[in-house]
Write a protein that binds this ligand. Sequence first.
Ligand SMILES: [Zn+2]
Length: 293
Amino acid sequence: MKSWLSQVLRCPRCGSALELASQLARCSACGPYPILGGVPVLVADPSGYCATFHDAILATLAEQGLADREAVAVVDAFAEGRTESPQAFGDDWTSHEASGGVAPVPVKGAATRALKSLLDVARDDGPARWLERRMHPVKLALEVGCGAGERSELIAQHAQRLLVGDLSLRAVFQARARAAREEADVEGVVMNAEALPVRSGALDLLVAEHVVDLLDEPFEFFTRARKALGKKGELLVTTPEPSLGFGEDDAVEQLAVRAKFRVKERRDGLPWLRINSSRFVECYLVQALALVP
Ligand SMILES: [Zn+2]
């Protein structure tokens, strides 16, 4: 484990420092957390996590060639005695998002010209381009909800150190591998966005792309994010659902302001196109917020 990780990572329950070994991270007050394939699993209930995602974790470790006897024993030990119903990781990636490859070309027809111009706008003025424009050199960045790592490479180009975080262990491995192609020192952590397991004031940049609308407790996320950012830190949020289902399109912004963030920039209507296949194109109009303490 890299030494800077122990300076940055904290217990998701009590915020204390952690003692990191090869297979376990330990909080002196709350107990151990597993480390799987070099990825600390810093969620409030690590046993529940290992029980719920038991088979998904083992399949992911096997995909990575990391399902050795010791790793399996760690997962089993945490899951033991728990009776959670098994779940798969909630990875929602199109095949090219997962592979980092080129998106399929939509079938030619009456919509071809309109689609092409929409795709051009999405490329030149979509949420990905907005994030790119807001990037600047930072020491430590955390990408929360990194998914398949579509944006991890971009962030890694601007951060000396990058932590990619997600609730899915598979996502963390994937994003870590993609970002590791860049110069940055990249590490991964399984975490819950509502309980960021990092030291207060540690982060220079926090990126949450299309994440806040998926959270049960988005206000908790903003509160923790405010704490985790240094005085000159910045939180970049994009969301296709800024109302959070409440009807008003400034619900996310209001939560951020309540958590004592100041809105530095707000953009709306940024087109985000997801080409699932040559016949299935999704279009979201995304809100983007640059937030500072
Ligand atoms: Zn603790």
